[in-house]
Design a protein around this ligand. Sequence first.
Ligand SMILES: NC(=O)c1ccc[n+]([C@@H]2O[C@H](COP(=O)([O-])OP(=O)(O)OC[C@H]3O[C@@H](n4cnc5c(N)ncnc54)[C@H](OP(=O)(O)O)[C@@H]3O)[C@@H](O)[C@H]2O)c1
Length: 294
Amino acid sequence: MITGCSSGFGLLSAVGAAREGFEVIATMRNLDKSGPLREALEAAEVKARIEKLDITCPDSIQSAADNFGPVDILVNNAGILIAGSFLDLTEAEMNRVFETNYFGIVRLTRQVAPHMIRRKSGRIINIASLAGLIGHPFNSAYAASKHALIGFSQSIRIELAPFGIDVVSVEPGYHKTEIIGVNANQSENFYNRSGPMFEWNRGFLRAMFEEIIPRAGQPQQVADLIVRILCCEKPNAHYRVGKDAAFAMTLRWFGLFPWLEKQITRKIRKYRRLENQRQAEKQNRRKREKEKYL
Ligand SMILES: NC(=O)c1ccc[n+]([C@@H]2O[C@H](COP(=O)([O-])OP(=O)(O)OC[C@H]3O[C@@H](n4cnc5c(N)ncnc54)[C@H](OP(=O)(O)O)[C@@H]3O)[C@@H](O)[C@H]2O)c1
């Protein structure tokens, strides 16, 4: 069973797993979004059961547990991101991020694990993030929820080992999926001009567009990794994927992380300045045009 299969890693790994011969239950919170998955399955000439599951809704989780039958492998993939300085995120937004990226996953895992324990076998694959290993400025709720998820994975890995259940944490760097596309949320206060972080939020966003998104990896790489973890005899506790993840963790290993933090601050400062210039030019242009028509 894979959560969040309407797009991105979930969709691609559902198709990849079906191709490998797994009986896949591909779940999503909104079945109206099942078109791309159906098309991808058809193109690959494979089948998967498509079911509704909203991991923030306890009734939806209960109904999945009642109706899907015992699950051999659970891939906790669904996740959301809400960008904005920690000063601008509302309580409701922080809760939404944690409800999806942490509490929803814990709730679903607690429903599924007892069946695995009874059968003395199973595998739980949690899709965390590089943001669960290092800080992620202007995405603090996301980073905190992914740190929590990695802590959860590491803890229950030991609890479930005696029952033959493997728990795996996958920690991808940036990859080109909808989470940095149409699903990328910004805090409702992101553009609050009176806040002290307004220009920094804007600088961060421009840095995302100029530096991060163009260099993000291809999602198929992560989906292929997930399928490899499904197939392998004895998976590792952690898998890091993506050039940025490898780079950041290597720097940390060599004690060079403070250098990386400085580079990130420098970049955001640079794009804050460029955005300020761009906005000032835009305002001047508007003023000149207004004056022309007066
Ligand atoms: N792409 C990256 O750069 C990256 C890097 C590190 C980790 N990740 C993690 O990878 C996982 C998959 O994300 P993605 O990159 O493939 O992005 P994505 O294309 O936006 O996919 C996220 C999926 O999660 C679903 N979802 C959100 N809230 C849900 C809920 N309450 N219940 C059920 N499903 C829900 C979304 O459904 P809707 O379509 O209905 O919104 C969507 O299917 C996430 O956990 C993300 O944090 C991504």
